[in-house]
Write a protein that binds this ligand. Structure first.
Ligand SMILES: O=c1nc[nH]c2c1ncn2[C@H]1C[C@H](O)[C@@H](COP(=O)(O)OP(=O)(O)OP(=O)(O)O)O1
Ligand SMILES: [Mg+2]
Length: 202
């Protein structure tokens, strides 16, 4: 990768992720395009058993389809009491076409009666940047938290209303997108990736 990067496609079907990426990247010297800006591409297969496998597979899949440099995100929630579930299956926890509400309900049901101190977990995010040939860079980020017994807050997406950040005493759905980016798994992975890009540009 010798050429300076000018344009990055945020290769995700998730509008919540797109909003966070666009916000985090807005002051950086890259033009950011989302997949939906480019057309109606079919969803990438996600057959991997790790976030890393899925992130690389999604980035390469969309880079080949679009012919452009693509950044993909594979992420999810690992709950200690549930031995790391839902993990890479977070989006499909309550079934293949499950909504965020369905997944949140299943998570709450599986934690009924579990005391707060045992409701620990983390969000994990792996980002992959790929061109048509291969994955060029990857980055990871995590944020630790507690799974509440009731949803709180209207912002964000996915499991955010159930995920409390102990240092803040608030869920990820009760803070602004800027604040979420400054502490979240995705925000951390993204700053690692953009630092790597800046290093390459030197
Ligand atoms: O910040 C987050 N706040 C709340 N929930 C989150 C977050 N980050 C990931 N999650 C949950 C949502 C979904 O249930 C799964 C990601 O699944 P994942 O396959 O990576 O994304 P997706 O299918 O929604 O979109 P796409 O694959 O097109 O990027 O983890
Ligand atoms: Mg997905």
């Amino acid at each position: 990768m010798h050429k300076t990067i000018e344009q990055i496609v945020v290769a995700t079907k998730n509008a919540g992720k797109v909003a966070e990426f666009k916000l985090a990247l807005q002051n950086l010297p890259y033009t950011v395009i989302s997949l939906t800006d480019l057309g109606n591409y079919p969803e990438a297969p996600e057959n991997g058993v790790t976030f890393m496998e899925n992130a690389c597979a999604k980035a390469e899949y969309y880079a080949r389809l679009t012919g452009l440099l693509c950044m993909a995100d594979d992420s999810g929630l690992e709950v200690d009491y549930l031995k790391g579930e839902p993990g890479v299956y977070s989006a499909r926890y309550a079934g293949e076409y499950a909504s965020d509400a369905d997944n949140n309900k299943k998570l709450l049901d599986n934690l009924i009666g579990v005391p707060a101190e045992k409701r620990t977990g983390r969000f994990r995010c792996v980002l992959a940047l790929a061109n048509q040939e291969q994955t060029l860079l990857t980055a990871e980020g995590t944020v630790e938290g507690i799974i509440l017994a009731e949803a709180r807050g209207e912002k964000g997406f996915g499991y955010d209303p159930l995920f409390q950040v102990p240092e803040l005493g608030r869920t990820l759905a009760e803070i602004s997108a800027e604040e979420k980016n400054s502490i979240s798994h995705r925000g951390r992975a993204l700053s690692s990736l953009t630092n790597q890009l800046a290093e390459l540009g030197k």
